[in-house]
Each structure stands twice: as C-alpha cells, then as structure tokens.
Design a protein around this ligand. Structure first.
Ligand code: SF4
Ligand code: SF4
Length: 434
C-alpha cells in the first residue's frame, strides 16, 4: 500500500473512532497470516484474485464505501449471527456487516471484563469493541445481537454499555408457534430499523433485498457444490475465507465474484484440475462457526495433505442453505417467510436438533467426505454437548469422526497437529468404508 493510501485510510479509521496504534498491530498481524497461509497454497484458481485483494485490504476499500454511504445519510448495521436477516437491513436502505470475530488479538482485553471461561468468539467480538480496533464495529450505527446462547445473550447486555445495541429473541424449539414468535421479533426489528435509518421498509424494498441476499446464497450453494468433485477444484481454506468475506462485502458484487470464480471451477472440474491430487483424504468440518481469521484447522488439515470439502457451519452451509418462500402477497407474509427461512437453520441452540445430525450425514455422503471433524469452540456448551449425539449417529452410520475443542490461541497446535495426522492416517486405512 502506498504512503498516500495508508494516510487516507488512517484518516478514515480515526474519523470512526478507531484506535490507530492498536489497529496497526492488528492489521500487520493479519497481513503476516495471509502471506503465510493463503499465498503459500499451490494451484489456486485465478479468480481468487478478487478475494485475495479484499483480504489484503480488509479495512480499506470496503470501509471507504461504508463511510461514503454514511456521509450520504446511510446507516450501517452490524450483527453477530445468521439469525439476523440481512435482507431486512438492506430493505431499510442500510448496509449490513457480520461482526463475529475469530481472532485471539482482543481476547486478553476482553477477559478483563468478561469471564475467562467464555467462548472465544464472544470474547473476540466483544474485545474488538473494547479496544476500538475494528472499523466495521466502530462504524456501526446499531449492533444487533440475539439470544441464541447464554454467553452471547449476556455479553450483549454488557456491550450495550459501550455501543447502541438491539437484541432479537430467537426461540429454541422449532415449532409453528415459535415461528410466529420469531416473525413477531422480526416485525419489532423492522420498526427498530425504520427508526435507526429513518426509512420505511416496503413490500417492494424487502422483495428486492431478499432477491439480492438469496442470490448471494445461491452463489455460495454453487461454490460449495463444486467441491463435491474429486479432485476438489479449490481448497477449503479459500472457500472458508470467501464465505467469511461475504459477511462484509457488498452483497451484489460478492455474488458476482463468486459466480465468476465458479465459472472457472466448472472448467477445472471438467478438466480434472484440483488443489490436491485425486484421492486425497476428504474432510467435512462441522460445528461452531469459524470467523475471520480463524483458519487454523483448515490450514493444518490441508498442509497435512487432506482437503476440506465442506463446512457444516454458519460460515458454511447453515448460512445459505435455506431460501424464503412467501405464501401471500403482503409484508407480513414476507416477514413470516423470512422467519421460516431462519428457523430452518440447524443451529445447536435448538432443542432437539436432529436436523443437524441428519445434515452432517447427508453432506458427508454428498461431498464424498472420508471423515468428519466436529469442531467446538472452547466453552461453547451447545455445540460441545451436541457432539455427543453427533458421535453416536456418525458411529452408527460408519462415518469416522474426530472431536476437536479449541480456542483462538495456538497453544495447543502441536497436540492438534498430532491428532489430525493420526486421524488422516486412519482415514487412509479405512477409505470408502461407508
Ligand atoms: S452457531 Fe448458532 S448462534 Fe452461532 S452464528 Fe450460527 S446460528 Fe448464530
Ligand atoms: S460458538 Fe457457541 S458459545 Fe460461542 S457464540 Fe456461538 S453458540 Fe455461543
């Protein structure tokens, strides 16, 4: 980056209230990671160029667009869960960004306020607000939380002391009554958005926004389905990173770029070009979300010769697998359809949650995975406990499973590497057993 670009970015960040010195350390760390992990991969698709650029300019161009939008009177809404409908935010004329954080960087500071035995995603997301290092958080006019798990729910109460925060209730049993409860919550959220933005959400604006968001979902569905090929035409690390970028990028541009990449991947699949040799061990990862820059497990697996072929995660299939189907022609019906779309997500916050186990078995077969890694963030009780059911069901289906619990530090990397290598060896021995 030129000196002029750096100075103009710093002016933007400072204008948002970002602590420039702390931010500088963060951004330097990210650049090192990207060089060490992404750039070291071989045989990547050419159309990764766009996503590489976004990654190396994570707080540059996109933040400038957001500031420009705000200068024109527009608003930014940040959220922490796929239960917050991006289309509702867009329909109010605002920009939406996902703020779930996957970095160890702010965790120590967060632990000065939150209990240490809290999931790292919660500590990291909260920590960024505390140390004022994330321009997306600082630029947000409204932060939107939800009640999916107790740790997050209580963190949002603390967060409200630092930033305007609104919380949506997510019911925890999937039934028709609760779909109605969630639709009512979305109706209240609509009113809040109208107050924040000063814009009314109409049937037309919501329809248009839903089409854009679901177009992004369809592009991601296409990208993921291309990974079913053997050899896999793209690495798991690259797809994970793309999905993470989708939480901040402009929704239409992102869909366009993903589709352009898919066109190239179509050719690769046709020509049998892969990022790992045909027959390389194929792994599906299921569990807690992996927010940017939580790339450790993918990197370890792929450096060990495997290829990650699918993520059953909110930074994966849980994000984009469901589309809304309004049954009538009114705003109320549209909100109900969006509520149904989100209540279809098989998050571990639901009880019971048989759907997720069924999804993992189905996806393992569709993506021809040799084994599954059940990934839980430390202190994430919902996913960790659900791992018990998952283990039993996968054993019955004959699908090899490795359970991993980790935080964002690299303290356990040696041990994790050994366990992964042993798992891949096992997959090599019993390949095709189910
Ligand atoms: S895992 Fe559950 S709580 Fe976390 S982002 Fe996904 S839906 Fe939300
Ligand atoms: S990973 Fe688990 S504990 Fe952490 S925010 Fe998500 S559901 Fe809550």
């Amino acid at each position: 980056m030129s000196k002029e670009d750096k100075a103009s970015n710093e002016e933007l960040w400072a204008g948002l209230g970002v602590d420039i010195a702390v931010h500088d350390q963060l951004i330097r760390g990210l650049a090192v990671l990207e060089r060490r992990l992404h750039r070291k991969q071989n045989n990547r698709p050419l159309k990764m160029d766009y996503f590489n650029e976004v990654l190396s300019d994570l707080h540059g161009h996109r933040i400038a667009e957001i500031v420009e939008h705000k200068n024109q009177g527009g608003k930014l809404v940040g959220s922490y869960c796929v239960f917050i409908p991006e289309d509702l935010v867009l329909a109010a004329g605002a920009i939406h960004v996902g703020l779930c954080a996957g970095s160890d960087f702010p965790v120590q500071d967060a632990e000065k306020v939150l209990p240490r035995n809290t999931c790292p995603l919660i500590k990291s997301s909260f920590g960024y607000k505390l140390i004022k290092a994330c321009p997306y958080t600082e630029a947000s006019d409204l932060l939107v939380g939800e009640t999916t798990c107790d740790g997050k729910k209580k963190m949002f109460e603390v967060l409200a002391d630092y930033h305007p925060t609104y919380v949506i209730e997510v019911p925890q049993k999937k039934n028709t009554r609760n779909q109605g409860v969630f639709a009512a919550e979305l109706t209240d959220f609509k009113v809040q958005l109208e107050q924040t933005t000063g814009n009314q959400i109409s049937q037309e604006s919501l329809q248009e926004a839903t089409a854009k968001v679901e177009n992004k979902f369809k592009a991601l569905q296409r990208l993921f389905s291309l990974r079913q090929a053997d050899p896999a035409p793209i690495s798991g690390l690259d797809v994970l990173t793309i999905t993470q970028i989708g939480f901040q990028d402009d929704v239409e541009r992102f869909a366009l770029r993903v589709n352009e990449l898919c066109d190239e991947l179509d050719d690769r699949v046709r020509d049998g070009i892969g990022v790992a040799p045909k027959g390389a061990p194929r792994v599906l990862i299921s569990g807690s979300p992996m927010s940017l820059p939580n790339w450790r497990l993918h990197t370890m697996l792929e450096k060990a010769g495997a290829v990650v072929v699918c993520e059953e995660s909110c930074i994966g299939t849980r994000l984009f697998s469901y589309l809304s189907e309004p049954e009538g022609d009114s705003l109320e019906e549209q909100l109900k359809a969006i509520a149904r779309r989100h209540m279809s997500i098989n998050c571990a916050c639901f009880t019971p949650n048989h759907g997720r186990v069924e999804d993992v078995i189905r996806l393992a077969k569709e993506y021809k995975a040799d084994g599954v890694i059940h990934y839980t963030l430390q202190f994430c009780h919902t996913f960790n406990n659900e791992g018990v059911k998952m283990e039993k069901a996968l054993a019955e289906a004959g699908i090899p499973l490795l359970r991993v619990e980790a935080d964002y530090s690299s303290d356990d990397s040696g041990q994790l590497k050994t366990r992964i290598e042993a798992f891949l060896e096992l997959l090599g021995d019993i390949r095709g057993a189910y």
